[in-house]
Design a protein around this ligand. Structure first.
Ligand code: ADP
Ligand code: MG
Ligand code: ZN
Length: 251
């Protein structure tokens, strides 16, 4: 009898629900898009993956990934100049590729001078993960702080809770790619925000890529020590010169 789900009365918990979200017809979640796992927790249906794409979109709404960034890939990141391979730059590329292949439980900290491809690698990691359906959030520290300030204004003016929700997005995004750390003009408030986000991600071993122009000693020691925990983090310095200053024919 129950073999034909369409025959179930609509009041039955097994009644077939037509997909109204434009997604595929999924018999595993019955188009509810979420399923209850063995621990009783709601999780995105692993069969149709529709809810997982919602997460990707929700997280991407805050993204600093702009027009140019969508074209920056591992493939068009150069490590050979004038016929010679730049070993350090190649190490940076490889570390970024390794992180993109398996972000869970890993932190990648990339630091160095301006213009040598750090943001390019952030974008490449984000593009790779998002194309594969992983909810990766690529955001600069100034943009993250601006989003939180805006949330506070909204909350003050409308009384609607929104700061905590945004903070939660940054803390729990499956992968966070945080660019231009230290460019925000640190204050006690911004240090506090950064610590809350990174400490949560540290304790929960959430994939995190951190990019900065600053040497790690310049950060709040509580933050610097987490970034350098060798059990979790790979720290790599990009020592290549500014790409924009390379002669066009030598790029
Ligand atoms: N190794 C590289 N191969 C290809 N393009 C590069 C490379 N390094 C930098 N670029 C390009 O140079 C510009 C500046 O790089 P960017 O990633 O913004 O530098 P950073 O974030 O380190 O200041 C970007 O347009 C980037 O795509
Ligand atoms: Mg940059
Ligand atoms: Zn499903």
């Amino acid at each position: 009898m129950a073999s034909n789900p369409a025959a179930e009365p609509l009041s039955s918990p097994d009644a077939h629900i037509a997909p109204i979200d434009g997604g595929p017809d999924c018999s595993y979640c019955n188009n509810r898009r979420f399923v209850i796992d063995a621990q009783g927790a709601l999780k995105p249906c692993p069969e149709c993956g529709v809810a997982a794409t919602w997460k990707v979109q929700a997280v991407d709404a805050f993204s600093s990934r702009s027009g140019a960034a969508t074209k920056q890939t591992f493939f068009n990141f150069k490590t050979t100049f004038d016929g010679r391979q730049d070993e350090l730059l190649h190490d940076c590329l490889e570390s970024a590729e390794e992180f993109a292949a398996e972000p869970a439980g890993h932190w990648l900290v990339l630091w160095g001078e301006r213009g040598n491809g750090k943001t390019h690698l952030c974008a490449a990691v984000a593009n790779h993960l998002i194309a594969g359906g992983t909810a990766a959030l690529f955001i600069t520290m100034p943009d993250l702080l601006a989003a939180l300030r805006q949330a506070m204004d909204l909350q003050n003016n409308t009384g609607q809770e929104s700061y905590t929700g945004r903070m939660q997005t940054f803390k729990t995004a499956p992968v966070l790619i945080l660019d231009d750390l230290g460019a925000e003009g640190a204050s006690a408030w911004s240090d506090g925000v950064l610590f809350e986000i990174l400490d949560y991600r540290y304790r929960n071993r959430l994939g995190t890529m951190i990019v900065t122009n600053c040497a790690l000693q310049e950060f709040d020691p509580r933050i610097a020590s987490r970034m350098q925990d060798a059990a979790l983090a790979t720290v790599i310095e990009n020592r290549a010169p500014d790409y924009r200053l390379r002669p066009i024919d030598k790029r």
